[in-house]
Design a protein around this ligand. Structure first.
Ligand SMILES: [Zn+2]
Length: 293
């Protein structure tokens, strides 16, 4: 594997993937649009050489709203093309949610969560160039991150929000020992990129990201949020007990930035450069953590 594999991550390609996802329109859990999105994700993963597992379940995220069908997509890289992938070679989980918040407006979620999902598809293309390296990853596309009303503070039991990651975390718990850590991407495409790692991020993981950012000349784009952040990394950390970090631009939600959970969260707010910075910094960190063989 090239020690400079990170250079293969293309922000332009990640942005094109994001556009494809946004073109499906609003993609709330249980909708026909999210099913089409899931189909596209699975087909793209297969085209890039990954085996895509559909992890389906039914849950009632808010009482009185009825049961919703949720489905995560889990991708693993087979050692032999076309053969079933082993479930024992993965060391790191990389995740992104692909649902968009159900809203009374036409909310297409370009940054939240088109950007991170488009970037994860691009990552699958890049990792596939190094099959042995790719086998060390489990790429997880989470359904149901968004709250129907509001994400419940109780990460372990919910019931609202983080539905897909909570279900995944319970299932992966029996394999937890094989994983060194997990990284979740969320809202990583804003033109004015300001990555705000949750303040309680395990120091070795934040340190690894800051070091990679420094090496690539983007250290000024990465910092800490004032506190913790409720996102898909939390169930992985608390239920599966796998050290987990959230690479998120939570600045996108601030009051001076008016686009979060509005009709204005559209592709024109994103830049290929921001996606490329996050993609390359993350990949560089992964190469140093897992080593080049
Ligand atoms: Zn959101």
């Amino acid at each position: 594997m090239s020690p400079e594999l990170w250079k293969e991550f293309s922000g332009e390609k990640a942005l094109q993937e994001t556009q494809r996802l946004v073109d499906f329109g609003p993609r709330p859990s249980g909708s026909s649009a999210i099913e089409k999105t899931r189909q596209y994700i699975s087909e793209t993963l297969a085209k890039n050489g990954w085996e895509a597992e559909r992890q389906e379940f039914r849950e009632t995220p808010v009482s009185g709203r009825g049961k919703t069908v949720f489905a995560n997509i889990i991708a693993r890289f087979p050692a032999v093309k076309g053969q079933p992938a082993s479930r024992a070679t993965q060391r790191v989980i990389i995740g992104s949610h692909f649902d968009t918040k159900l809203m009374p407006i036409r909310f297409v979620g370009a940054n939240d969560a088109g950007s991170s999902t488009g970037a994860l598809l691009e990552l699958s293309r890049v990792l596939a160039q190094s099959p042995e390296f790719a086998q060390q990853f489990e790429l997880v596309f989470f359904d149901g991150e968004e709250g129907v009303e509001q994400i419940s503070r109780n990460v372990e039991s919910g019931p609202d929000g983080l539905v897909g990651s909570r279900y995944y975390a319970k299932q992966v718990r029996s394999r937890a020992r094989q994983f060194r850590f997990a990284i979740v991407w969320d809202m990583i495409g804003d033109k004015e990129l300001t990555i705000t790692l949750p303040s309680d991020t395990p120091p070795n993981l934040s340190g690894g990201i800051f070091k990679a950012a420094e090496e690539l000349g983007f250290r000024n784009k990465f910092g800490f949020a004032p506190g913790s952040i409720l996102d898909d990394h939390e169930p992985i950390a608390r239920i599966a007990r796998i050290p987990a970090m959230d690479i998120i631009d939570f600045n996108y939600t601030s009051t001076e930035n008016q686009f979060w959970h509005t009709a204005a969260d559209s592709v024109d707010k994103l830049s290929a450069e921001s996606l490329e910075i996050v993609g390359r910094v993350t990949l560089k960190m992964l190469i140093s953590e897992l080593g080049v063989k």
